[in-house]
Write a protein that binds this ligand. Structure first.
Ligand code: CO8
Length: 260
Protein backbone atom coordinates (compact mmCIF):
# COMPACT_ATOMS: atom_id res chain seq x y z
CA UNK A 1 0.00 0.00 0.00
CA UNK A 2 1.19 3.51 -0.77
CA UNK A 3 2.43 5.78 1.98
CA UNK A 4 -0.15 8.54 2.48
CA UNK A 5 0.24 11.64 4.67
CA UNK A 6 -3.17 13.30 4.44
CA UNK A 7 -5.56 10.45 3.75
CA UNK A 8 -6.17 7.30 5.74
CA UNK A 9 -6.88 4.34 3.49
CA UNK A 10 -8.13 0.92 4.61
CA UNK A 11 -10.11 -1.94 3.10
CA UNK A 12 -12.61 -3.67 5.37
CA UNK A 13 -14.94 -6.38 4.12
CA UNK A 14 -14.53 -5.23 0.53
CA UNK A 15 -15.22 -1.55 1.25
CA UNK A 16 -12.42 0.95 0.70
CA UNK A 17 -12.51 3.57 3.47
CA UNK A 18 -10.85 6.86 2.54
CA UNK A 19 -10.63 9.49 5.30
CA UNK A 20 -9.34 12.99 4.55
CA UNK A 21 -7.13 13.62 7.55
CA UNK A 22 -6.19 17.26 8.13
CA UNK A 23 -8.58 18.06 10.99
CA UNK A 24 -6.70 21.20 12.14
CA UNK A 25 -7.40 22.74 8.72
CA UNK A 26 -10.93 21.29 8.69
CA UNK A 27 -9.65 18.73 6.15
CA UNK A 28 -9.01 21.41 3.50
CA UNK A 29 -7.73 19.97 0.23
CA UNK A 30 -4.12 21.04 -0.30
CA UNK A 31 -2.13 19.85 -3.30
CA UNK A 32 -0.59 16.95 -1.39
CA UNK A 33 -4.07 15.68 -0.48
CA UNK A 34 -5.22 16.02 -4.10
CA UNK A 35 -2.19 14.03 -5.27
CA UNK A 36 -2.98 11.34 -2.71
CA UNK A 37 -6.60 11.12 -3.88
CA UNK A 38 -5.26 10.80 -7.43
CA UNK A 39 -3.04 7.93 -6.28
CA UNK A 40 -5.93 6.16 -4.49
CA UNK A 41 -8.54 6.45 -7.26
CA UNK A 42 -6.30 6.66 -10.32
CA UNK A 43 -3.65 4.10 -9.45
CA UNK A 44 -3.75 2.02 -6.29
CA UNK A 45 -7.43 0.97 -6.47
CA UNK A 46 -8.19 1.69 -10.13
CA UNK A 47 -10.21 -1.29 -11.45
CA UNK A 48 -9.47 -3.20 -8.22
CA UNK A 49 -11.58 -6.35 -7.92
CA UNK A 50 -10.82 -6.45 -4.20
CA UNK A 51 -13.43 -3.76 -3.47
CA UNK A 52 -17.18 -3.36 -4.09
CA UNK A 53 -17.55 0.24 -2.90
CA UNK A 54 -15.81 3.26 -1.39
CA UNK A 55 -16.77 5.32 1.63
CA UNK A 56 -15.10 8.71 1.75
CA UNK A 57 -15.37 10.95 4.80
CA UNK A 58 -13.52 13.59 6.83
CA UNK A 59 -11.49 13.15 9.98
CA UNK A 60 -12.85 14.51 13.26
CA UNK A 61 -16.37 15.66 14.01
CA UNK A 62 -16.31 19.17 12.53
CA UNK A 63 -15.70 18.82 8.82
CA UNK A 64 -16.06 16.60 5.82
CA UNK A 65 -13.86 19.01 3.80
CA UNK A 66 -13.97 22.82 4.25
CA UNK A 67 -12.75 23.46 0.69
CA UNK A 68 -9.56 23.84 -1.22
CA UNK A 69 -6.72 25.00 1.03
CA UNK A 70 -7.13 28.76 0.71
CA UNK A 71 -3.80 29.58 2.36
CA UNK A 72 -1.83 27.38 -0.02
CA UNK A 73 -3.77 28.55 -3.06
CA UNK A 74 -3.02 32.25 -2.55
CA UNK A 75 0.56 31.98 -3.81
CA UNK A 76 -0.31 29.74 -6.73
CA UNK A 77 -3.06 32.01 -8.02
CA UNK A 78 -0.71 34.97 -7.76
CA UNK A 79 1.49 33.19 -10.31
CA UNK A 80 -1.49 33.13 -12.68
CA UNK A 81 -1.97 29.39 -12.88
CA UNK A 82 -5.51 29.21 -11.51
CA UNK A 83 -6.80 27.61 -14.67
CA UNK A 84 -4.27 24.76 -14.51
CA UNK A 85 -4.99 24.24 -10.80
CA UNK A 86 -8.68 23.98 -11.59
CA UNK A 87 -8.04 21.48 -14.40
CA UNK A 88 -5.81 19.36 -12.17
CA UNK A 89 -8.49 19.22 -9.48
CA UNK A 90 -11.22 18.49 -12.02
CA UNK A 91 -9.17 15.55 -13.31
CA UNK A 92 -8.83 14.06 -9.82
CA UNK A 93 -12.59 14.35 -9.30
CA UNK A 94 -13.24 12.73 -12.72
CA UNK A 95 -11.37 9.68 -11.39
CA UNK A 96 -13.92 9.52 -8.57
CA UNK A 97 -16.96 10.18 -10.76
CA UNK A 98 -15.83 7.50 -13.23
CA UNK A 99 -14.70 4.97 -10.61
CA UNK A 100 -15.74 1.38 -11.33
CA UNK A 101 -17.53 0.88 -8.01
CA UNK A 102 -19.82 3.33 -6.17
CA UNK A 103 -18.15 6.07 -4.17
CA UNK A 104 -20.27 7.29 -1.27
CA UNK A 105 -19.57 10.53 0.59
CA UNK A 106 -20.38 10.31 4.29
CA UNK A 107 -20.65 14.02 5.09
CA UNK A 108 -19.86 14.45 8.75
CA UNK A 109 -19.59 18.25 8.99
CA UNK A 110 -18.70 21.20 6.76
CA UNK A 111 -18.77 20.39 3.04
CA UNK A 112 -17.82 23.75 1.58
CA UNK A 113 -16.33 24.84 -1.73
CA UNK A 114 -14.07 22.05 -2.96
CA UNK A 115 -15.54 19.87 -0.19
CA UNK A 116 -19.06 20.22 -1.57
CA UNK A 117 -17.56 19.61 -5.03
CA UNK A 118 -15.88 16.44 -3.77
CA UNK A 119 -19.22 15.21 -2.41
CA UNK A 120 -20.87 16.08 -5.74
CA UNK A 121 -18.30 14.00 -7.65
CA UNK A 122 -19.28 10.96 -5.56
CA UNK A 123 -22.16 8.73 -6.65
CA UNK A 124 -24.03 8.80 -3.34
CA UNK A 125 -24.19 11.29 -0.46
CA UNK A 126 -25.27 10.56 3.10
CA UNK A 127 -25.15 13.49 5.53
CA UNK A 128 -25.06 13.61 9.29
CA UNK A 129 -27.65 16.12 10.48
CA UNK A 130 -24.80 18.32 11.73
CA UNK A 131 -23.42 18.75 8.18
CA UNK A 132 -23.35 22.13 6.44
CA UNK A 133 -23.08 22.68 2.71
CA UNK A 134 -22.16 25.61 0.52
CA UNK A 135 -20.18 27.06 -2.34
CA UNK A 136 -18.67 30.07 -0.52
CA UNK A 137 -16.04 30.81 -3.18
CA UNK A 138 -17.78 34.05 -4.09
CA UNK A 139 -16.92 35.35 -0.60
CA UNK A 140 -13.27 35.02 -1.64
CA UNK A 141 -13.79 36.58 -5.08
CA UNK A 142 -13.48 33.26 -6.94
CA UNK A 143 -15.84 30.57 -8.26
CA UNK A 144 -16.09 26.80 -7.79
CA UNK A 145 -13.22 25.24 -9.74
CA UNK A 146 -13.41 21.53 -9.05
CA UNK A 147 -16.52 20.84 -11.14
CA UNK A 148 -19.09 22.52 -8.89
CA UNK A 149 -20.49 24.84 -11.56
CA UNK A 150 -21.37 21.77 -13.61
CA UNK A 151 -22.30 19.11 -11.04
CA UNK A 152 -24.35 21.33 -8.71
CA UNK A 153 -26.58 22.05 -11.73
CA UNK A 154 -26.78 18.34 -12.44
CA UNK A 155 -27.72 17.38 -8.90
CA UNK A 156 -30.01 20.21 -7.68
CA UNK A 157 -30.95 22.06 -10.89
CA UNK A 158 -30.04 25.50 -12.16
CA UNK A 159 -32.28 27.52 -9.82
CA UNK A 160 -30.75 26.33 -6.55
CA UNK A 161 -27.28 25.99 -8.10
CA UNK A 162 -27.27 29.67 -9.04
CA UNK A 163 -28.60 30.73 -5.64
CA UNK A 164 -25.99 28.74 -3.72
CA UNK A 165 -23.12 29.78 -6.01
CA UNK A 166 -23.94 33.52 -6.10
CA UNK A 167 -24.88 33.99 -2.45
CA UNK A 168 -22.25 31.69 -0.95
CA UNK A 169 -24.87 30.89 1.71
CA UNK A 170 -24.52 27.75 3.78
CA UNK A 171 -27.42 25.32 4.08
CA UNK A 172 -27.96 22.63 6.69
CA UNK A 173 -28.35 18.90 6.08
CA UNK A 174 -32.16 19.00 6.13
CA UNK A 175 -32.25 21.69 3.43
CA UNK A 176 -29.58 19.79 1.46
CA UNK A 177 -31.85 16.75 1.58
CA UNK A 178 -34.93 18.77 0.63
CA UNK A 179 -33.28 20.11 -2.53
CA UNK A 180 -31.80 16.71 -3.47
CA UNK A 181 -28.18 17.57 -2.74
CA UNK A 182 -27.88 14.50 -0.47
CA UNK A 183 -29.63 11.14 -0.62
CA UNK A 184 -30.13 10.98 3.14
CA UNK A 185 -29.76 13.30 6.14
CA UNK A 186 -29.75 11.41 9.42
CA UNK A 187 -28.61 11.77 13.02
CA UNK A 188 -24.84 11.35 13.05
CA UNK A 189 -25.01 7.97 14.78
CA UNK A 190 -27.29 6.56 12.05
CA UNK A 191 -25.60 8.13 9.02
CA UNK A 192 -22.68 5.72 8.87
CA UNK A 193 -24.99 2.71 9.25
CA UNK A 194 -27.08 4.00 6.34
CA UNK A 195 -23.95 4.54 4.24
CA UNK A 196 -22.77 0.99 4.91
CA UNK A 197 -26.25 -0.41 4.21
CA UNK A 198 -26.31 1.28 0.78
CA UNK A 199 -22.83 0.01 -0.10
CA UNK A 200 -23.63 -3.51 1.19
CA UNK A 201 -26.80 -3.65 -0.91
CA UNK A 202 -24.93 -2.60 -4.04
CA UNK A 203 -22.19 -5.16 -3.26
CA UNK A 204 -24.72 -7.97 -3.80
CA UNK A 205 -25.46 -6.81 -7.38
CA UNK A 206 -23.60 -7.79 -10.52
CA UNK A 207 -20.29 -5.88 -10.60
CA UNK A 208 -20.47 -5.40 -14.36
CA UNK A 209 -24.02 -4.05 -14.08
CA UNK A 210 -22.95 -1.64 -11.35
CA UNK A 211 -19.90 -0.45 -13.30
CA UNK A 212 -21.82 -0.02 -16.54
CA UNK A 213 -24.71 1.78 -14.78
CA UNK A 214 -22.25 4.36 -13.46
CA UNK A 215 -20.72 4.71 -16.89
CA UNK A 216 -24.06 5.07 -18.71
CA UNK A 217 -25.50 7.57 -16.23
CA UNK A 218 -22.30 9.64 -16.47
CA UNK A 219 -22.63 9.55 -20.27
CA UNK A 220 -25.85 11.59 -20.06
CA UNK A 221 -23.81 14.50 -18.71
CA UNK A 222 -20.97 14.24 -21.24
CA UNK A 223 -21.88 17.65 -22.66
CA UNK A 224 -21.01 19.42 -19.40
CA UNK A 225 -18.47 22.19 -19.91
CA UNK A 226 -15.73 21.73 -17.32
CA UNK A 227 -13.29 23.63 -19.57
CA UNK A 228 -15.51 26.72 -19.30
CA UNK A 229 -15.35 26.41 -15.52
CA UNK A 230 -11.54 26.15 -15.53
CA UNK A 231 -11.28 29.20 -17.79
CA UNK A 232 -13.67 31.23 -15.62
CA UNK A 233 -11.84 30.10 -12.48
CA UNK A 234 -8.56 31.28 -14.03
CA UNK A 235 -10.04 34.73 -14.73
CA UNK A 236 -11.49 35.13 -11.23
CA UNK A 237 -8.45 33.79 -9.38
CA UNK A 238 -6.13 36.04 -11.38
CA UNK A 239 -8.00 39.22 -10.40
CA UNK A 240 -7.03 41.57 -7.54
CA UNK A 241 -10.33 40.76 -5.86
CA UNK A 242 -9.15 37.24 -5.05
CA UNK A 243 -6.03 38.58 -3.34
CA UNK A 244 -8.34 40.77 -1.23
CA UNK A 245 -10.81 37.91 -0.59
CA UNK A 246 -8.08 35.50 0.46
CA UNK A 247 -6.38 38.12 2.67
CA UNK A 248 -9.74 38.84 4.30
CA UNK A 249 -10.18 35.12 5.06
CA UNK A 250 -6.73 34.83 6.64
CA UNK A 251 -7.26 38.06 8.63
CA UNK A 252 -10.77 36.90 9.64
CA UNK A 253 -12.50 40.03 8.28
CA UNK A 254 -15.01 40.91 5.55
CA UNK A 255 -13.61 41.41 2.04
CA UNK A 256 -13.74 44.80 0.32
CA UNK A 257 -14.08 43.94 -3.38
CA UNK A 258 -13.34 46.48 -6.12
CA UNK A 259 -14.35 44.55 -9.24
CA UNK A 260 -10.87 44.39 -10.70
N1 CO8 B 1 -8.39 26.40 3.66
C1 CO8 B 1 -7.40 26.56 4.57
N2 CO8 B 1 -7.62 26.58 5.91
C2 CO8 B 1 -8.91 26.44 6.33
C3 CO8 B 1 -9.98 26.29 5.43
C4 CO8 B 1 -9.68 26.26 4.04
N3 CO8 B 1 -10.63 26.08 3.11
N4 CO8 B 1 -11.12 26.20 6.14
C5 CO8 B 1 -10.77 26.29 7.45
N5 CO8 B 1 -9.43 26.44 7.55
C6 CO8 B 1 -8.65 26.58 8.78
C7 CO8 B 1 -8.85 27.96 9.38
O1 CO8 B 1 -8.01 28.92 8.74
C8 CO8 B 1 -8.47 27.72 10.83
O2 CO8 B 1 -7.08 27.69 10.92
P1 CO8 B 1 -6.32 28.52 12.10
O3 CO8 B 1 -6.74 27.80 13.36
O4 CO8 B 1 -4.90 28.35 11.75
O5 CO8 B 1 -6.85 29.94 12.03
C9 CO8 B 1 -8.98 26.29 11.08
O6 CO8 B 1 -9.16 25.70 9.78
C10 CO8 B 1 -10.34 26.26 11.77
O7 CO8 B 1 -11.22 27.10 11.05
P2 CO8 B 1 -11.97 28.36 11.70
O8 CO8 B 1 -11.21 28.91 12.86
O9 CO8 B 1 -12.30 29.32 10.59
O10 CO8 B 1 -13.28 27.65 12.24
P3 CO8 B 1 -14.73 28.30 12.40
O11 CO8 B 1 -15.54 27.31 13.16
O12 CO8 B 1 -14.64 29.69 12.93
O13 CO8 B 1 -15.30 28.40 10.91
C11 CO8 B 1 -15.71 27.63 8.66
C12 CO8 B 1 -15.50 27.24 10.14
C13 CO8 B 1 -17.04 28.38 8.52
C14 CO8 B 1 -15.76 26.34 7.88
C15 CO8 B 1 -14.53 28.53 8.21
O14 CO8 B 1 -13.32 27.89 8.54
C16 CO8 B 1 -14.53 28.83 6.73
O15 CO8 B 1 -15.29 29.68 6.27
N6 CO8 B 1 -13.63 28.15 5.97
C17 CO8 B 1 -13.45 28.40 4.57
C18 CO8 B 1 -14.57 27.84 3.75
C19 CO8 B 1 -14.37 28.21 2.30
O16 CO8 B 1 -14.38 29.36 1.91
N7 CO8 B 1 -14.20 27.18 1.46
C20 CO8 B 1 -14.01 27.36 0.05
C21 CO8 B 1 -12.54 27.47 -0.26
S1 CO8 B 1 -12.23 27.86 -1.96
C22 CO8 B 1 -12.51 26.42 -2.76
O17 CO8 B 1 -12.80 25.41 -2.19
C23 CO8 B 1 -12.33 26.50 -4.23
C24 CO8 B 1 -12.35 25.11 -4.87
C25 CO8 B 1 -11.75 25.13 -6.22
C26 CO8 B 1 -10.27 25.44 -6.19
C27 CO8 B 1 -9.63 25.18 -7.49
C28 CO8 B 1 -8.16 25.49 -7.56
C29 CO8 B 1 -7.32 25.30 -6.30
Amino acid sequence: MSNYQNVIVAVEAGILHVTINRPKALNALNQQTMRELEQVFGKEYKDSKEITGVLITGSGDRAFVAGADIKEFIGVAAEGSGREMSEMGQNVFFLIERFHVPVLALINGFALGGGCELALACHLRVAADTAKFGQPEVNLGIIPGYGGTQRLNQVVGKGKAIELTLTGNMIDAQEAHRIGLVNYALPAAEAKAKAMELLSTIATKGPIAVRESISAINAYYAGSDFAAEAEAFGIASGAEDFAEGAAAFVEKRKANFKGK
